[in-house]
Design a protein around this ligand. Structure first.
Ligand SMILES: Nc1ncnc2c1ncn2[C@@H]1O[C@H](COP(=O)(O)OP(=O)(O)OP(=O)(O)O)[C@@H](O)[C@H]1O
Length: 231
């Protein structure tokens, strides 16, 4: 990690901003003049209806999708594409991230992650560390991928649906792991498990009709008003 990032990575210090993001597909506006701010030491949640553009926004912040005029900044320094800056951020897409031919142990080594620490809250995973992704259940694979990125040495982690397929008892523990990881980094996540997301996050945004709205003190009411939740 660069000295600049190491300096920025203290708890509650580094600020990630994504600004001026506009995107349309086939003339249909998906993202309009988006501004998102996330901070190390915090979990930032992103909610929105199916197709509202949450994955597209995370891809744009990471740099996997190129959007003209998008500005992604850390502490005011422009970083586009952000993934090119070593140690700045990692990103879990909805699709499988780990290479199919590596065991979990090999993948962890590649990411520089210590498995004892990463699996400390999930001891039952230990028996599966020599398995490859295709040998795991869907929920277990999702959980392992989140843990590996969470424990990797980056200033921010972006998670697209980290809880998908993960059983409730593990979601709770994973949430606690995320809170612990926040002492070292910032997290931006999107997931439809809003009941788990709301208490976990320090800041929650709703992507609604292309606009990114920061929710206030009564997020459930706002989610009802905007039609994300049914009355
Ligand atoms: N390459 C593409 N070409 C055309 N349309 C696209 C492309 N990629 C995404 N879209 C459209 O952009 C919109 C936003 O997609 P995105 O996957 O970001 O939504 P999302 O909020 O993550 O949805 P979900 O909650 O279902 O995962 C969708 O209507 C999708 O069909």
């Amino acid at each position: 990690m660069s000295p600049l990032l190491r300096e920025a990575a203290g708890p509650g210090r580094a600020v990630l901003e994504a600004d001026g993001i506009q995107l349309a597909f086939d003339g249909r506006k998906i993202l309009s003049d988006i501004y998102l701010r996330a901070q190390a030491g915090q979990i930032t949640g992103l909610l929105g209806r199916n197709g509202s553009g949450k994955s597209t926004l995370l891809q744009t912040i990471f740099g996997a999708r190129t959007v003209p005029d998008a500005s992604v900044r850390v502490d005011g320094h422009r970083t586009v594409p952000a993934f090119r800056t070593p140690g700045l951020l990692n990103y879990l897409p909805q699709a499988q991230l780990l290479p199919p031919n590596l065991s979990l142990r090999q993948a962890a080594r590649m990411l520089g992650v210590g498995l004892d620490e990463a699996t400390a809250a999930f001891p039952e995973l230990r028996a599966q560390l020599n398995h490859r992704p295709g040998e795991l259940s869907g929920g277990t694979l999702r959980l392992v991928q989140v843990l590996l990125l969470l424990h990797a040495d980056t200033v921010f982690s972006l998670f697209d649906e980290p809880f998908t397929g993960v059983m409730p008892v593990h979601i709770e523990t994973l949430g606690a792991e995320m809170r612990r990881a926040c002492q070292r980094k910032g997290i931006v996540l999107t997931d439809h498990r809003y009941a788990e997301v709301l208490p976990l996050c320090d800041v929650v945004y709703l992507l609604h009709q292309g606009r990114l709205l920061k929710l206030g003190a009564h997020p459930r009411e706002e989610l009802l008003d905007y039609g994300y939740l049914a009355r």
